[in-house]
Design a protein around this ligand. Structure first.
Ligand SMILES: Cc1ncc(C[n+]2csc(CCOP(=O)(O)OP(=O)(O)O)c2C)c(N)n1
Ligand SMILES: [Mg+2]
Length: 331
């Protein structure tokens, strides 16, 4: 099990931790920047719900999990997929809908899936994956395999009845589930205060048999440490935890562009959040931890070249045969 590192305990251990976290946030950011660069070519024929802005949550949480732990998430899946699997070849093969992806191009950006790496699946139906994640945690309990299920969802999913049914059952049955609300305060263009008849989600959840954590940090190390605390609680108390983690969605709800011209939110708000951009913040932290600029650039070059190679391989790869269409699907 991963342990909290006390600051005074080991400068080197913290530096190493932040390097590993930086590799994850940088991979996510650069992979999406490449999607923005190439999307207009119209070779990636999948709607894109971009993760930019939420990298600290995905990387901090997934780094705290054990490899064998399982995650479920939504159509806004890029960050969590890359943080959990780091499988850049698979990621771009599926973006380009090619045969070389393990799901053979049948999912696209909204339905990524790689169970072998604990990335169990995603859903484009808001909230629909949450009961599946709880079912998976029930199976883990029966198997007594000590796996934890982390289920990510947006604040919009909390407006669905199925969320409440799922968390109720998980609390009742004391299942090992980490409920993670990636709270960007928006469901498409509608703010939380326009959708909810209450003010505090964490206040309500804390009445359940469930420990609650919340943060608006964009510091990946802070999210990592908070998640470790939640995971320790789940293991010690045998009951779920709920984390409400706030972030700012940089780009439009669906698509690869900024949308400050639409009028539902201001550029000033973005600029305020951008001052605490998770990737820049962690890069600065590495320098403060004593890492040299050349070492940081080397990490970045390696990741950039990995991404470039994955894109090249994906572009060159064949599409699946037509006979593949009806395989591996529910009929
Ligand atoms: C059950 C259902 N209702 C409505 C939609 C249409 N829809 C797609 S995304 C979305 C907003 C969801 O917001 P949130 O859960 O906060 O996720 P975010 O996009 O902010 O990451 C809605 C309403 C849907 N996909 N599924
Ligand atoms: Mg939202």
């Amino acid at each position: 099990m991963k342990q909290l590192i006390k600051i005074e305990e080991s400068k080197l251990a913290r530096q190493k931790l932040n390097v590993e976290l930086y590799k994850k946030v940088y991979l996510i950011r650069r992979a999406e920047e490449k999607i923005r660069e190439y999307y207009a070519e119209d070779e990636m024929k999948t709607p894109m719900h971009m993760s930019m802005g939420e990298e600290a949550i995905a990387a901090g949480v997934c780094h705290a999990l054990n490899n064998c732990d399982q995650v479920f998430t939504t159509y806004r899946s890029h960050a969590v997929f890359l943080a959990k699997t780091q499988n850049c070849d698979e990621f771009f093969a599926e973006m380009y809908a090619k045969e070389t992806s393990s799901i053979k191009g049948k999912g696209g950006s909204m339905h990524l899936c790689l169970p072998a790496d604990g990335f169990m699946g995603t859903s484009a139906i808001v909230g629909a994956h949450i009961p599946v994640a709880v079912g998976c945690a029930f199976a883990n309990k029966i198997k007594n395999n000590n796996k934890i299920v982390a289920v990510f969802f947006g604040d919009g999913a909390v407006d669905e009845g199925v969320f409440w049914e799922s968390i109720n059952v998980a609390c009742l049955m004391r299942l090992s589930v980490l409920f993670l609300c990636e709270d960007n305060n928006l469901a498409v263009h509608t703010f939380s205060y326009e959708r909810r008849g209450y003010s505090s989600i964490t206040q309500i959840i804390s009445r359940f048999n469930c420990q609650v954590f919340e943060s608006d940090s964009t510091d990946t190390e802070e999210i990592y440490n908070l998640t470790l605390k939640a995971l320790m609680q789940i293991r010690r108390e045998n009951k779920p935890c709920f984390m409400n983690l706030k972030y700012y969605r940089y780009l439009e709800h669906v698509g690869v562009n900024y949308d400050f011209d639409v009028g539902y939110r201001s550029k000033e708000e973005f600029e305020n959040w951008y001052k605490r951009d998770p990737v820049s913040l962690l890069r600065k932290k590495l320098l403060d931890c004593g890492l040299g600029i050349e070492e940081i650039k080397k990490i970045e070059e390696d990741i950039n070249s990995k991404i470039d190679q994955s894109i090249l391989k994906a572009k060159k790869a064949p599409f699946s045969e037509q006979s593949e269409l009806h395989k591996d699907i529910f009929k």
